[in-house]
Design a binder for this molecule. Structure first.
Ligand SMILES: Cc1cc2nc3c(=O)[nH]c(=O)nc-3n(C[C@H](O)[C@H](O)[C@H](O)COP(=O)(O)O)c2cc1C
Length: 381
């Protein structure tokens, strides 16, 4: 669905890619014209997306930093003005990368390491590059073929597996470089991945032009379903529902959680035991309403021990979400959404987007901004 969003970004790109006016390898002393990455390097240079070293070299074998990749994607988006600053502890205002990282964080293209750091000068790894491109594309899923048993989870980090799979299925990884997700990507490989991603966008744009993708005739209907024990997720859920005029329904546990149950420091508390028990399925007391005639389900929960509470599994197994777009969101003390939504989606139907983590008390504006970048034909006010 987010593919529609790409259209707006893609028009200028489409024209630029349709008639490439560059000679492969042009301009860099260390890029042979027949190198596998020469076309990509030249295209990115031509479009002002990725530069050389300033001394006539491109340095294809060098590492590329995480800040530099944020900058490439920021430029690709047209360098939109972003008023807010990012919340990372290792970025500084007024630097060459500040606007790019603030934009990328705002639109959820980057999430950082989950400990408050972005890792500005760290070399970007293959999986990090794949996940950033995946998020830039809206983190869309490719359907059932997407969850094939390809062993990616054994070589990629768990949080990156979906983005890496997407990048593989969409052909963003070249055969010229060993596929090793946790290794640093070279500048040549990053250029190649970005160029392939640009071509992918072009493909979506022409699909839409030829009518291959069709927008729904009427605006989709959304519902917000959430579980919350101490009110943080509830507040975000209410903001979503209110900003969209959507139905909202809380998942109420049959046995309420007491303060003692919620003690995450105790190995013997109810929540710790449930989260450690793969078979735990706490019962739901109420009938969850609003799902029957809705197209998009915003599904919210708090992070418990890095994952969704087990009652969310009870929910997705009990209610059929097939044919619906599922947009997970969560609140947490500090953990990212991580693999929580991916693990839930594995036992659920529906087309799942990658979702978003909010801190408790996140502003309504940050919620509406997020919804309005999902490309869901919804307008949050
Ligand atoms: C049992 C339990 C486990 C938790 N585990 C995590 C965690 O792994 N990471 C984290 O950042 N926060 C963790 N938290 C904090 C909650 O995710 C956070 O307070 C959340 O916003 C609560 O949402 P709620 O008010 O909607 O229930 C945990 C809280 C509880 C009760």
């Amino acid at each position: 669905m987010k593919r529609f969003l790409l259209l707006t970004l893609s028009f200028a790109l489409l024209i630029a890619l349709a008639a490439p006016a560059f000679a492969a390898g042009e301009g860099y002393s260390d890029v042979p014209a027949d190198a596998w990455y020469a076309g990509a390097v030249a295209a990115l240079k031509e479009q002002g997306l990725m530069e050389g070293m300033g001394d006539g070299r491109f340095a294809p074998g060098n590492a590329f930093t995480r800040a530099q990749l944020a900058m490439v994607l920021f430029r690709m988006a047209g360098c939109p003005k972003t008023e807010e600053e990012d919340e990372f502890t290792d970025t500084q205002p007024g630097m060459w990368y500040s606007e790019a990282i603030a934009w990328a964080a705002k639109y959820h293209v980057v999430e950082g390491y989950g400990n408050g750091r972005y890792g500005t000068n760290d070399p970007v790894t293959q999986e990090q590059a794949a996940v950033m491109l995946w998020r830039d594309a809206g983190s869309y899923y490719l359907g059932k073929e997407y969850s094939v048993d390809d062993g990616v989870e054994h070589i990629a980090s768990s949080w990156a597996a979906d983005g890496v799979r997407w990048a593989r299925v969409e052909g963003l990884f070249t055969d010229a470089v060993e596929f090793s997700p946790k290794k640093a990507a070279s500048r040549a490989q990053v250029a190649d991945m970005v160029y392939r991603y640009m071509q992918l966008k072009e493909k979506f744009a022409s699909d839409a032009v030829s009518g291959a993708t069709v927008k729904p005739a009427k605006a989709p209907k959304a519902a917000v379903i959430y579980f919350s024990c101490t009110g943080a997720t509830e507040k975000i859920a209410e903001n979503i529902a209110d900003s969209l005029g959507a139905d909202i329904c809380r998942i109420v546990p049959a046995v309420p959680y007491t303060d003692e149950d919620l003690n995450w420091n105790s190995d013997s508390s109810r929540t710790t035991k449930e989260q450690n028990d793969p078979a735990a399925r706490p019962q739901i007391a109420n009938e969850v309403t609003g799902l029957d005639d809705c197209d998009i389900v915003f599904l919210g929960y708090p992070i418990w021990h890095g994952q969704a509470p087990k009652i969310m599994y009870t929910f997705v197994e009990k209610y059929d979400l097939s044919g619906k777009t599922v947009v997970p969101f969560c609140t947490s003390g500090s953990s990212p959404i991580g693999s929580s939504a991916v693990n839930l989606s594995a036992v659920s139907a529906g087309e799942w987007l990658s979702g978003r983590r909010f801190r408790a008390g996140a502003s309504r504006e940050s919620v509406t901004d997020w919804i309005n970048t999902l490309g869901l034909d919804l307008e949050a006010k």
